[in-house]
Design a protein around this ligand. Structure first.
Ligand code: FAD
Length: 385
């Protein structure tokens, strides 16, 4: 499935990640500091415009390469990995996919230069049930007035614009949701404080509040009422990148455990000589490889123009569970020192990777998506259920 260009791309991103990102990964976690210093190098290497067409200043790559990029960055730093994944898959992608030419020209060149775009779907009362959005957009002269709050938004503090959803009908029965591109500098747009999280502590996660936020008509993304469908399509792609993030974190845990098992001597020999340790390492490596194949296969399906909803849910579900198990087993292999913060990366990875089972739909939601797709296929073949 992989071509020479994919292997070369991995080598390039791996070298970059080891040189620029890895040395500060522990520090940004401990200081809960957004890695501003990574923005320009990420721009230069093309990772903040991986899905932006060249004519808007992007350095586009195919989806397998993009997944490899997120994987290799996350392998050394989850906080930087999620920043990259959210900006590309949830920020630039919907503008390119659903936007007007004027919107693309206005927002994508800025995004390609490293100005981040956030994605505001979740709300305090609308998480898994994103259709339950309460943020309201009312029609006004030449535009819309938006009121409501979005929660747990990645890159919220740094982003100059957000892809935000709102209901556009006063009728409580009408669940029509519409997407808008809103800008931080506008009156009525406020960013909450940085959330204190278990993991991904360098990543900026915050509330966004829209208080009589005036949005011009030209900032409506697509058509009124199309927002929910647009978000589902966006999340199909986003889940490949969350899968890739979990894969990179899981691989990072294996890297750490393998090295430690070879170095650590107990009972007169490296602990790696014990079959119980070898079994863990083998299972980690096998599951990680299986997750990798699922992710790349899904990326290939996306680029081939196939329907890939089921496969993106599968790869995100499987990779995030594999990533979590890999981090946990790495901590087992590290023994007591694995429990310390800032000594070996397994503990940071263990805290970071949990998000992959939550963000862009929990594992329970991925299972609902997969089952829904399986049943739809069964019905299409004529089975009555
Ligand atoms: C660090 C972080 C970053 C995030 N970044 C973003 C972002 O950039 N943009 C954004 O819009 N959102 C973001 N989110 C929000 C994230 O997408 C939601 O947290 C997630 O979708 C789950 O929603 P919830 O937290 O409201 O959980 P809930 O929906 O309240 O779910 C709680 C539990 O109930 C289960 N559950 C719910 N419904 C069902 C069901 N029908 N069947 C079975 N089980 C069910 C869930 O699986 C979960 O276990 C982020 C979250 C975090 C923690």
């Amino acid at each position: 499935m992989l071509e020479k260009k994919h292997h070369e791309y991995r080598e390039k991103i791996r070298a970059f990640a080891l040189e620029k990102i890895a040395p500060v990964a522990d520090r940004i976690d401990q200081e809960q500091r957004f890695p501003h210093e990574h923005i320009q190098p990420l721009v230069d290497i093309g990772l903040l415009s991986a899905l932006v067409p060249e004519k808007y200043g992007g350095k586009p790559v195919d989806t397998i390469s993009y997944a490899i990029g997120v994987e290799e960055i996350s392998r050394v730093c989850g906080s930087t990995g999620i920043m990259v994944a959210a900006h590309n898959s949830l920020g630039t992608y919907p503008i390119d996919k659903f936007g007007t030419e004027a919107q693309r020209q206005k927002y994508l060149p800025r995004a390609a230069k490293g100005e981040l775009i956030a994605f505001g779907l979740s709300e305090p009362d609308a998480g898994s049930d994103a259709g339950g959005t309460r943020t309201m957009a009312r029609k006004a002269e030449n535009g819309w007035i938006i009121n409501g709050s979005k929660c747990w938004i990645t890159n919220a503090i740094t982003a100059f614009a957000t892809i935000g959803t709102a209901r556009t009908s006063e009728d409580p029965q009408d669940k029509a949701i519409t997407t808008f591109i809103v800008e931080k500098e506008w009156d009525g747009y406020a960013v909450g404080k940085k959330e204190n999280k278990l993991g991904l502590r360098g990543s900026d996660t915050a509330f966004l509040h829209f208080d009589d936020l005036k949005v011009p008509d030209e900032n409506l993304l697509g058509k009124v009422g199309e927002g929910f469908k647009q978000m589902l399509i966006t999340l199909d792609g986003g889940r490949i990148s969350i899968g890739a993030m979990a894969l990179g974190l899981g691989q990072g845990a294996l890297d750490c455990a393998l090295k430690y098992a070879a170095d650590r001597v107990q009972f007169g020999k490296p602990i790696a000589y014990n079959q119980a340790i070898q079994a863990k390492l083998s299972d980690m490596a096998t599951e990680i490889e299986a997750a990798r194949l699922l992710i790349y296969d899904c990326a290939r399906r996306k680029d081939a123009g196939e329907k890939f909803t089921r496969y993106s849910a599968m790869c995100k579900l499987y990779a995030s569970e594999v990533g979590r198990r890999s981090a946990e087993w790495a901590m087992d292999i590290l023994g007591g020192v694995g429990y310390y913060t800032g000594v070996h990366s397994a503990e940071r990875i263990w805290r970071d990777v949990k998000l992959c089972e939550i963000g862009e739909g929990t594992s329970e939601v991925q299972r609902l998506v997969i089952a829904r797709e399986l049943l739809r296929e069964l019905k299409a073949k004529g089975t009555v259920i």
